[in-house]
Ligand binder design. Sequence first.
Ligand code: AMP
Ligand code: MG
Length: 349
Amino acid sequence: MKAWVARMTEEHPDEDAIQKAGEVLKSGGLAAFPTETVYGLGGNALDAAASKKIYAAKGRPSDNPLIVHIARMEDLETVARNIPENARKLAEACWPGPLTMILEKTEAVPYETTGGLDTVAVRFPSNKIAQALILAAGGFVAAPSANTSGRPSPTTAAHVIEDLGDKIDCILDGGMVDIGLESTIVDFTEGTPMILRPGYLNQEMLEKILGTVKMDPGILAEQPNTRPKAPGMRYRHYAPKADLTIVEGPEKEVVSKIRELAGQQMAQGIRVGIICTDETRTEYSGGDVKSIGARSDEASIARHLYGILREFDDDHVEVIYSEAFDTPKMGQAIMNRLLKAAGHKRLKV
Ligand code: AMP
Ligand code: MG
């Protein structure tokens, strides 16, 4: 099977293609679609067989639950129950948007969708193509990122085609995504709300709305050996094929360390990639040097991270050195993904 692809923009959605993709989902098929975070691989969330197909297409371990996407606030009641006041408050403030909430599941959601858990992850995306598709599909779309399990998440339709083009029914191509990192996941099932996966919405922003919000100790960069609560955060994930090391410290020292290490590798004939920023681009000469974006515009760094990791795969580099990106708002989310891509290999200078 080769997926049909329909190109559109949020401003000019292709209504016919969206309806057709909605029918695909209603009849148990799979459709990839853009969201504001990354591309999702959708199936009917209330259909156990569709969820099984998602796991098979991605090669995803079946204990790693899927996020249920909705496009109407009131639909939350169909999939979740005993919803705490705090969760409603956060939904009011952040939905539609890059927020996923973990809540107690209802009978309507099959265990195939929740990876056997009694809790369910729910998100209401802001992307208009995503919203229209969810409604066309009947309101409930289970969608993990539309990549092969273990590869970087897709931020363009081309990435989806590369990984899943012959495994799914169709792809709605809405161009490059906006944020480029997966949604912030907040767990409401164990008392104080806890961030299980950092994203565009950071701890400080959530605390302004909710008061105290905890951070899952398992996802903090400093504790690579603590077990994260979200099953998906336990896998080495987001990974490029090359051996990636992150070099941290003051900019000048980082640049000279990367130059030194890259030089040593290249002298042995090893293909080296370097991830830098617009600000440091001219400091590097040898190797496959790619700027991820500008430090002065952290959104550009988040948006390009996964695409750059894929480009290095295409270039067949064997070793990658990356600067660290502890930027003010999304730094925690960016470094969380980068450290996972590196298997927590980091060097402080
Ligand atoms: P993806 O959609 O590929 O970005 O992955 C979804 C993420 O949500 C994974 O890290 C899952 O482990 C996590 N997740 C989904 N449902 C739950 C749940 N009920 N409890 C905890 N984490 C969840
Ligand atoms: Mg994923």
